[in-house]
Design a binder for this molecule. Structure first.
Ligand code: MN
Ligand code: MN
Length: 269
């Protein structure tokens, strides 16, 4: 069923463990979406300038920067957008925003699956004494018991601790070294897609805080967005750090992903 997509910015980076910057990302990605060097069609043939496809719902506003309060504000705002009958594409922000974003979806969509692209598993039980750290969102999500499957792709930094947490929660990981483009990726039921831009090789996406060589190409991620089997119900694109970007090229990669995701979210397939 077709639905309108709400694009929402989440300008938060106080849970980053290494560098600040992703709070500036939503507006850089918006500018790239509208850049006159390109057009508003998805590769799949959806006209993103047509009425009813998507609207920009602006940035989430925060009354307090307390970590727990920020997380709750993101969860509440996302539930409201879903309750209005829209599908939500969020622009981070660091990856900490995905815990409340995805939890809001899991509370609405029974049996939610997650397709997670990242250089990092983000499964720390605890990192720098911050339960909301961008190193921990998927540990928090698995603790809720509301996630059906978590499939992680692009991973190339797994340590012993995160291997244990992954095993404890039954997280499925296909490490980058084992990736095969012919792999069929599919889910039964609703799917949320979370894209950490450092899942790409830094050659394709230099504007991130944590450079991890040996990642996906832009085309490999586009192929995943287009081709995985399942009903896409929500998504986020996180960890763009404009301070590290070169000529806005990583913002342009994020904008291309946003356009393809909006097109698929709109169709709900
Ligand atoms: Mn991440
Ligand atoms: Mn990462």
């Amino acid at each position: 069923m077709q639905k309108e997509v709400a694009l929402v910015g989440v300008p938060i980076d106080h849970n980053s463990s290494f560098l600040q910057g992703p709070a500036l990302a939503p507006n850089r990605i918006r500018e790239a979406i509208w850049r006159e060097s390109t057009n508003m069609w998805s590769e799949t043939g959806v006209d993103l300038s047509a009425a009813g496809v998507w609207t920009d719902a602006g940035d989430i506003q925060f009354g307090s920067m307390d970590r727990a309060a920020v997380s709750e504000a993101i969860r509440t705002h996302t539930k409201t957008l879903i309750g209005e009958g829209r599908r939500v594409l969020s622009l981070g922000g660091d990856h900490s925003v995905s815990y409340p974003l995805i939890d809001a979806h899991a509370q609405n969509y029974d049996g939610l699956n997650i397709l997670h692209i990242d250089a990092h598993a983000d499964l720390y039980e605890d990192f720098d004494d911050n339960p909301f750290s961008h190193a921990s969102p998927f540990a928090r999500l698995m603790e809720t018991g509301r996630i059906s499957r978590l499939l992680q792709l692009g991973i190339r930094t797994l340590n012993g601790h995160q291997r244990e947490v992954a095993a404890k929660h039954g997280v499925e990981i296909i490490g980058m070294k084992d990736w095969d483009d012919a792999t069929d990726i599919g889910f039964d039921g609703p799917v949320y897609m979370s894209i950490d831009l450092d899942g790409l090789d830094p050659a394709f996406a230099p504007g991130v805080s944590h450079h991890e060589p040996g990642g996906f190409s832009t085309r490999q991620v586009l192929n995943l967005i287009h081709n995985f089997k399942g009903a896409l119900v929500g998504a986020d694109i996180v960890e763009l750090n404009p301070h590290r970007d070169i000529n806005g090229m990583t913002a342009m990669v994020a904008a291309r992903f946003a356009k393809e995701i909006i097109a698929r979210l709109h169709k709900g397939a």
